[in-house]
Design a protein around this ligand. Structure first.
Ligand code: ADP
Ligand code: CDP
Length: 215
């Protein structure tokens, strides 16, 4: 089967930018699994599902059809045919996504969908549980980290109307939920290579991952 690069790590560690860069350099496809959890959350908000009620989320999570493209130059994401690429980055979705992603039934559905898309491989897949759950047999597993401050600074540079401090507090809250949930928490997979990107440029990190793939 084809090459699979699994890219995991906390928010703002550089998963999306690095994964897209690696996919482009090697002519591979790219899958953003976080976008699928965001799309599910967007749909739940649209429907008015009570996100404090895991049973309500579980009962409805089979309804939306979530389609994710795999082009590293323009990752498409649709829910029941509606383009949600912009809406899933809004603050309301970011604030709610970790609660939705903690529901086991949501994970079962989205992991199945992710495995369908991964298929025979030749893809870079980013998320929180790719090396541990979605693709434990991945060719290369990378665990990206960076200091909380560096991650907040990077995210703040991308978003208007926030501060580094507010960003850092919000990311800490989400990382805590993602690392402590009962089902498939964020953790480093067996065989993963940890890459601390705090003091590296994006280009340096991409080069490092490319060298791991070529080994
Ligand atoms: P994640 O997907 O883990 O949340 P992103 O790739 O969305 O992370 O965000 C990382 C941001 O930080 C991007 O804007 C990227 O250009 C910037 N950045 C700066 N330095 C680095 C680095 N060394 N590695 C990765 N990203 C970096
Ligand atoms: O870009 P950022 O790192 O901020 O977040 P993301 O990758 O878009 O993921 C959003 C949220 O989805 C995460 O905070 C997790 O709660 C959840 N997620 C997950 O549980 N498992 C994955 N494989 C990917 C994302």
């Amino acid at each position: 089967t084809g090459l699979v690069v699994a890219m995991d790590g906390p928010s703002g560690s550089g998963k999306s930018s690095v994964s897209r860069g690696v996919a482009r350099a090697l002519g591979l496809r790219y899958l953003d699994t976080g976008a699928m959890y965001r799309a599910m959350t967007w749909w739940m908000l649209q429907q008015g599902v009570d996100l404090a009620d895991p049973a309500a989320i579980a009962a409805r999570c089979g309804e939306p059809r979530i389609d994710s493209g795999t082009d590293p130059d323009g990752p498409a994401i649709h829910v029941d045919g509606v383009d949600v690429a912009g809406s899933i980055r809004e603050a309301d979705v970011t604030g709610a996504v970790s609660a939705v992603a903690a529901v086991p039934e949501v994970r079962t559905r989205l992991v199945a969908r992710q495995r369908e898309i991964i298929g025979a491989g030749d893809i870079v897949v980013e998320g929180r549980d790719i090396g541990t759950i979605v693709c434990p047999g991945a060719t290369v597993k990378v665990y990206l980290t960076a200091s909380a401050e560096a991650r907040a600074r990077r995210r703040n540079a991308e978003l208007a109307g926030s501060t580094v401090e507010a960003q850092q507090a919000d990311m800490a809250r989400r990382d805590n939920l993602d690392s402590t949930r009962k089902t498939d928490p964020l953790s480093m997979a067996d065989g993963a290579v940890e890459l601390d990107t705090t003091a590296l440029s994006l280009e340096e990190v991409i080069a490092e991952v490319l060298s791991l793939v070529k080994e």
